[in-house]
Design a binder for this molecule. Structure first.
Ligand code: HEM
Length: 538
């Protein structure tokens, strides 16, 4: 089960790198000078004072002082594993991506995470989970940076700092850690009602997964694929766990938080060590690429909506197996840098305004988190494809670049084969038509139905799952101090489902308000049941 050191077409990779054992007959300084004592500082006499000239003391303590790097601003708490992805070829008709051709095996690194808690927070809190996959393909790195919930809180990245500020601990008391049990969270989602869908998924059993091995993953946004003939389709990505999708009960989640805050981290590492390698199928929902970018009335640029599977069934395009634990948590799990803009030929973004903001945010934050612009050189982030960029210098540069002319074309360093006219194998942005008016802030599309898909989701749940949802709202809202916030969230629930609203209102000891919109008249449908239901184990 060791990770591949060559890509399928034989491109050598330097992953895993030579590990440094930090063992040997004698200790040295970082400069290689042999030491005799690392336990006593140099003193003026046996009782001191300690001398500033003790260079080993200073090196040892100074390095320790700088061991920590900033945690991720979101998704700080995570666990990761290496593995392989094997494509079954079903995507060949819709994308030219080489790693999705039949039988191609690609090394991957996957990091699972909670969103809101800090690095040391508990694993089993009620939260969204990150599901980020780095594919080291022959055509460059492709990152699928998804979540275990298929919708997102907001429709435009400009609100991302706001929803995260609302969800993170209160600025005065720095509580609560990683729970939606507080006023600012419910204040935000009841005022910005496009967040009601994601909030309902969080209140459902999906908010407390049993294991990272038993979680679905979703790309959330709609992406655009292009095939060899230049034809495009719009798609949504889904990971389906072979073990089925399973959740904890709230009581189990609370007990695990206390007895073993590392519950998910331990579960993943132990399973892989025991050879019980977790697997996921990767599947696509394929929609035609029309000028409206809608499908069956659903705006595909709206990341707060799903496309029901009965309208666009899942097509499995390959299988991922996680088969090796990281060797060093810091070097791999902590230093890995995902980015939705790491794309390969055949996969492109859409104009989803949430996705477009992400395209800026990830590299920007990683420049702070990883100390400068050269983090692509870190072993875990290195592509397994030949690199020929023109980037130079910067903090933590480890390459010794040869040549004098880092610009193209040039007449000094052997010219530029790239601009000989050959596009073959290159990433070419797919041209799309944009609206004629520029500088619009408002959405010109139908993004303003905030409730009917939430009703659909709630009514697709089984009675026991619905009971869990009601109990979760009652628990989390019960932790709020502000009555006005509770009342405004009950108003949103009234617009989703009268029974749910009445149950939660009764638990909070508040009256159930009447709806202010026409509540969607939906019966549970088989396809929605698939989204809402636990996947059966295979
Ligand atoms: C980190 C998913 C929206 C900014 C992450 C991670 C995941 C993720 C899985 C953790 C990556 C890791 O394990 O290292 C998503 C999904 C989104 C979303 C599925 C919506 C569909 C956004 C938006 C922004 C954003 C809108 C900003 C505009 C960030 C930042 C990080 C992050 C700054 C930390 C990255 C790092 O420090 O390496 N996101 N995210 N995300 N996300 Fe998002």
């Amino acid at each position: 089960g060791a990770p591949e050191t060559r890509t399928p077409t034989g491109v050598p990779t330097d992953y895993p790198p030579e590990t440094v054992g930090q063992q040997g007959a004698y200790l040295t300084t970082a400069q290689g000078a042999r030491l005799t004592d690392t336990d006593h500082s140099l003193k003026a006499g046996p009782r001191g004072p300690v001398l500033l000239q003790d260079h080993h003391l200073r090196e040892k303590i100074t390095h320790f002082d700088h061991e920590r790097i900033p945690e991720r601003v979101v998704h700080a708490r995570g666990a990761a594993a290496h593995g392989v992805f094997v494509a079954n070829g079903a995507a060949e008709s819709v994308t030219k991506a080489g790693f999705l051709k039949r039988g191609v095996t690609t090394p991957v690194f996957v990091r699972f995470s909670t969103v809101l808690g800090s690095r040391g927070s508990a694993d089993t809190v009620r939260d969204t989970r990150g599901f980020a996959t780095k594919f080291y393909t022959d055509e460059g790195v492709y990152d699928l940076v998804g979540n275990n919930i298929p919708v997102f809180f907001i429709q435009d990245a400009i609100k991302f700092p706001d929803i995260i500020h609302a969800g993170k601990p209160h600025p005065d008391r720095e509580i609560p850690q990683a729970q939606s049990a507080h006023d600012t969270f419910w204040d935000f989602v009841s005022l910005h009602t496009e967040a009601q869908a994601h909030a309902m998924w969080n209140m459902s059993d999906r908010g407390i997964p049993r294991s990272y091995r038993m979680m679905q993953g979703f790309g959330v946004h709609t992406f655009r694929l292009v095939n060899d003939a230049g034809e495009t389709v719009l798609v949504k990505f889904h990971w389906r766990p072979k073990l089925g999708t399973h959740s904890l009960t709230w009581e189990e989640a609370q007990l695990a938080s206390g007895k073993d805050p590392d519950f998910h981290r331990r579960d993943l590492a132990d399973a892989i060590e025991a050879g019980a390698f977790p697997q996921w199928d990767l599947a696509l929902q394929v929609m035609p690429d029309t000028p409206e970018e809608t499908f069956e009335g659903i705006d595909l640029l709206d990341p707060t909506k799903i496309v029901p599977e009965e309208l666009a069934p899942l097509q499995v395009i390959g299988t991922m197996t996680l088969n090796a634990n990281p060797t060093n948590f810091f070097a791999e799990t902590e230093q890995v840098a995902f980015h939705p803009g790491h794309l390969v030929p055949g996969i492109d973004v859409t104009n989803d305004a949430l996705l477009q903001g992400r395209l800026f945010s990830y590299i920007d934050t990683q420049i702070t988190r990883l100390g400068g612009p050269n983090f692509a050189q870190l072993p875990i982030n290195r592509p397994h494809a030949p690199i020929n960029d023109m980037l130079r210098d910067g903090m933590h540069q480890t390459a010794v670049h040869a040549g004098v002319a880092p610009y193209k074309p040039n007449s000094l360093d052997g010219g530029c084969p790239f601009f000989a006219g050959a596009d073959e194998g290159a990433f070419i942005d797919i041209p799309v038509t944009v609206s004629e008016s520029v500088k619009e802030r408002a959405d010109s599309r139908s993004f303003d139905d905030h409730f009917s898909q939430v009703t659909l989701f709630y009514r697709s749940l089984t009675p026991i799952e619905q009971q869990h949802v009601a109990e979760a709202y009652a628990f989390e809202l019960g932790k709020c101090y502000e009555q006005a916030v509770k009342e405004r969230q009950l108003q949103a629930l009234a617009n989703i489902d009268a029974d749910l609203c009445a149950t939660v209102a009764a638990a909070l000891g508040l009256p159930a308000p009447a709806p202010t919109v026409e509540v969607a008249d939906v019966e549970p449908s088989p396809a929605l049941r698939q989204v809402g239901e636990q996947w059966p184990a295979e």
